[in-house]
Design a protein around this ligand. Structure first.
Ligand SMILES: Cc1ncc(COP(=O)(O)O)c(C=O)c1O
Length: 404
């Protein structure tokens, strides 16, 4: 294909031979999702804001995607904002609410937790350090859980927003978001939850839930990268960070990516339709993985991180004593496994894990985080292969580190 961009046959892609255990970082796009998106690149390619027939066709598809997305979440179409990724949705929720609150004289105080994804935590820190917002960062217990009592104690008359994630990316712990949301609502503040990791394994009925803003990222559930969802309860004003043509009801300017909005919706539709079977499959693999890994590696050298039961169904995470998670990843990669040391964004970063520090692990553990997140195409045989390989890898990395 002269003149067209394509991946060279010589590109050293080795993924076909690997066992992929990093679905918390991203997932393959489901064939039905790809199929749903195709017409919007080739046939219905108009700008959904254009008034002519091409634009109307694209606009109709976008409206339909928004309606379906809203139905799947138990929301109204006007409450769905299509963004560019999960991080953007988090930014829009936190910045947007805090600036709107300040402008309306409704408060300057934000509550969040120390184990949020950087998309929330760095935003909170920037709002505090550069713009003078007041931020309370709550601690977590040994399992990474935020206490609803701590939220209650931190709420103040000027609290505009509480942002606590639905589930942690690094250690898989699920938060009591309904309880925290109810406390927040009772107090009169708004509640945002980053549900990027929990999005597709939870049933949402947002009209009935004490959640005012919710972030989803379709690439975590067999949808495309490059699109995010933000649910914003009707009536909540956001100050937009992306100004321009006023798309998405003025909340996110820029021509909407119709193909990705359709693909995101198709991905969530499949996830919700197959939720029970997916969760049962993931849970079986996860439990087998956790039991197998804990039995295969000497008990003094490994511990499960995160909550033993209140955790994401596809998520198994460990800390290995005295080892570097990055070294473990490299060695696992060499023997055919794709895993993670925490969140996708942290790979390659040799600093101790702030999450492992927050749950109280000492210095000998906090570099050694390891995360396996299973997916639809994994089998028990994949997990067994990992359980066989891991003790050897741990031994090699230990030997290697002792030599340094
Ligand atoms: C909990 C959580 N929030 C936010 C994000 C950011 O999502 P995205 O990579 O789509 O920007 C991630 C990504 O891994 C995540 O795990």
């Amino acid at each position: 294909m002269r003149g067209a961009y394509c991946v060279s046959r010589n590109t050293p892609y080795a993924t076909m031979k690997q066992i992929y255990l990093d679905h918390g970082a991203s997932t393959p796009v489901h064939p039905q999702v790809i199929e749903s998106m195709m017409p919007f690149w080739t046939v219905f390619y108009g700008n959904p804001s254009s008034a002519h027939a091409h634009g109307r066709d694209a606009g109709f598809a976008l409206d339909e995607a928004r309606r379906t997305m809203a139905d799947l979440l138990g929301a109204r179409p006007s409450e769905i904002v299509f963004t560019g990724c999960g991080s953007e949705s988090d930014n829009l929720a936190v910045r947007g609410v805090m600036w709107a609150a300040r402008l309306a004289g409704r408060g300057n105080h934000l509550i969040t937790s120390c184990i949020e994804h950087e998309a929330v935590l760095e935003t909170a820190v920037q709002l505090r350090d550069l713009y003078g917002f007041d931020v309370t960062i709550l601690p977590v217990d040994e399992y990474g859980r935020v206490s609803p009592d701590d939220v209650r104690a931190a709420l103040r008359p000027d609290t505009a927003l509480v942002s606590i994630m639905a589930a942690n990316n690094e250690i898989g712990t699920m938060q009591p978001i309904l309880e925290i949301g109810a406390i927040t609502r009772e107090h009169g503040a708004l509640f945002h939850t980053d549900a990027v990791q929990a999005g597709a394994t939870t049933r949402w009925n947002l009209a009935q839930m004490p959640i005012d803003l919710l972030t989803l990222a379709p690439h975590k559930f067999y949808g495309p990268k490059g699109v995010g969802i933000l649910y914003v309860r009707d009536g909540i004003r956001l100050v937009s960070a992306l100004t321009g043509g006023g798309q998405e009801d003025g909340r996110r300017s820029g021509t909407v990516n119709v193909a990705f909005a359709v693909g995101a919706t198709q991905a969530l539709q499949l996830a919700q339709a197959q939720l029970d079977e997916r969760v049962a499959h993931y849970t079986r693999l996860r439990d087998h993985l956790i039991a197998g890994v804990l039995a295969a590696v000497p008990a003094d050298d490994i511990r499960l991180t995160g909550h033993p039961t209140e955790r994401l169904p596809h998520h198994a995470s460990f800390a290995l004593r005295g080892l570097s998670g990055n070294d473990l990843l490299i060695h696992l990669d060499m023997v055919g496994f794709s895993a993670s040391s925490g969140s996708a964004c942290k790979t390659g970063n040799p600093k101790p894990s702030a999450i492992l520090q927050a749950i109280g692990l000492g210095a000998e553990w906090t570099l050694g985080g390891l995360r396996f997140t299973v997916g639809a195409q994994n089998s028990l045989a994949d997990v067994d292969a990992l359980i066989t390989a891991l003790p050897r890898v741990v031994g090699q990395v230990r030997q290697f580190s002792q030599k340094e």
